[in-house]
Design a protein around this ligand. Sequence first.
Ligand code: ZN
Length: 246
Amino acid sequence: MRYEMMLPHQIRRAIEENWPVVLPLGVLEYHGEHMAVGMDTLAVIKVLERLEDELNLVILPPFYYGAASYAVEPPEGNGSIQVGQQALAPFAGELFRSLLRVGFRNIHFFIHHQSENFAVGMPTDLSFKFAARQVIFAFIEEQRGEGWWGNPAMRDYYAQQAAGDDPFNWIKGHPLMTPEIVAQYPFDHAGIGETSLMLALCPEAVELNRLDGTRWYTESAREASAELGWKGVKLIEAHLRSVLGR
Ligand SMILES: [Zn+2]
């Protein structure tokens, strides 16, 4: 369900049944002359939409305004929008805090942009991860007071954590493509991998006739196909099902 379309009784049901609440997180970044700037975010949104009927899922309005960086091209006339960590982390903190206040305890964000080494992290996902940690500490401390962790009631903390049940699991971040997927499907920027994903998920975001061979990172897009894209979509769907399904 789309959060913006939910009625309070539906929200209360989602809280009670601990439905995953998912934020599609991404950027607006130059992806060659042949592809829309929203690619990284659109990929997350479109896959989630495909799973919406199958899983009990709350999809939050997507956040497109991450730190695209100007590493690929300068923004002038190209379209990349860069919002830095100094603005992202406070925003993410406010958002997560509000979601906890509503009552959600099964919050996730998925990101594709710069996620090739997700365990280490990049500015956008690190901002959201860091904000999540800070907010959880503050939220529990407000509710239970200082010393909450040392309280005898927390005696089984490590067992709970092993079962994936500790408070720090209330908010989790994930790459759209895991290292296992990347081993089976090309990870690139505006090359064959991303262009094929868009040809499958969102063909209106691609104009292959505009492909311009002057940039190294778009050269492989010549070989892009919806067929290859669907292969990637299937792998991503399996990953999302394992993270979000119960
Ligand atoms: Zn991309």
